[in-house]
Design a protein around this ligand. Structure first.
Ligand SMILES: Nc1ncnc2c1ncn2[C@@H]1O[C@H](COP(=O)(O)OP(=O)(O)OP(=O)(O)O)[C@@H](O)[C@H]1O
Length: 244
């Protein structure tokens, strides 16, 4: 089966410093992939390479068997800061989404915006950070992509909104064949929804594979938090939510 994302010795260097180095991995279709790693690990760099917004310094990345740019209509992407057109209203964003995307689901987009209580007339520049993230996520989901790439999608959402968003995502994955790659520092979020894990540290892939397989290779009773921390070679953190 063609990999959704296939990276071979993929690397990206900024001003002489490798942000991502010798990354080789292949993500099979139909998974919800969690991408974890400490700040500066190279997660955003990897995601931007995968969607074709960055060009590799070395190696290759292929999406659905071809260069990322050739699959752009099949990819939904939300960057870390959930960018939006500040002067356009919520309604105008939905109109633009419908114009630009042949697979646009306007019933879903309008329904989600209504359910979230976003004012159709409000300009994106006047939305809160969390509301803007919700708008960006709605646009990405309504595109009905084959691959959804989300860079810390829930970072600015309050706990309730975060849970609703993860439920929305799980529902979208269950309703149709879609692969998802999402980065997050919240292992508890990844535990809820992901079945595949990639751990990055220092610009290198430390582990990649099905979570069930990664856990099976460890001591019985190891949870995802312990697994991630063990892969990163760190002690268990004290606190209510483990971050990576
Ligand atoms: N445009 C850039 N110019 C120079 N260095 C960059 C640039 N973008 C990222 N870097 C560097 O590359 C490394 C990886 O950054 P990246 O944003 O991919 O990490 P990340 O894992 O997404 O981090 P975070 O969890 O903090 O968002 C970091 O050391 C960062 O400083």
């Amino acid at each position: 089966m063609t990999a959704v994302v296939d990276a071979q010795m993929l690397g990206k260097r900024y001003r002489g410093r490798w942000a991502l180095h010798a990354c080789t991995m292949s993500i099979p279709a139909g998974h919800v992939v969690g991408l974890v790693g400490p700040n500066g690990a190279g997660k955003s760099t990897l995601l931007n390479l995968a969607v074709g917004l960055l060009a590799p310094t070395s190696g290759t990345v292929r999406v659905f068997g071809g260069p990322p740019a050739s699959s752009r209509v099949r990819i939904g992407f939300v960057a870390q800061d959930a960018p939006a057109y500040t002067t356009l209203s919520v309604a105008e964003h939905l109109t633009l989404g419908a114009k630009l995307n042949p697979t646009w689901d306007s019933v879903y987009a309008n329904g989600r915006v209504r359910r979230l209580g976003l004012d159709h007339r409000r300009r994106a520049g006047r939305l809160s950070g969390g509301q803007r993230a919700q708008l960006a996520l709605t646009l990405a989901l309504a595109k009905r992509p084959d691959l959804l790439v989300l860079d810390e999608p829930a970072a600015s959402l309050d706990p309730l909104a975060r849970r609703d968003f993860l439920d929305d995502l799980a529902e979208a994955v269950a309703a149709r064949e879609m692969s998802v790659v999402l980065s997050s520092h919240l292992v508890s979020d990844l535990e809820r929804i992901c079945d595949y894990l990639i751990v990055l540290d220092g610009g290198r892939v430390q582990a990649a594979g099905r979570i069930a397989d990664l856990l099976a290779a460890r001591q019985a009773g190891t949870g995802l938090e312990d697994l991630v921390l063990a892969i990163m070679g760190r002690d268990r953190h004290a606190g209510t939510e483990t971050t990576a």
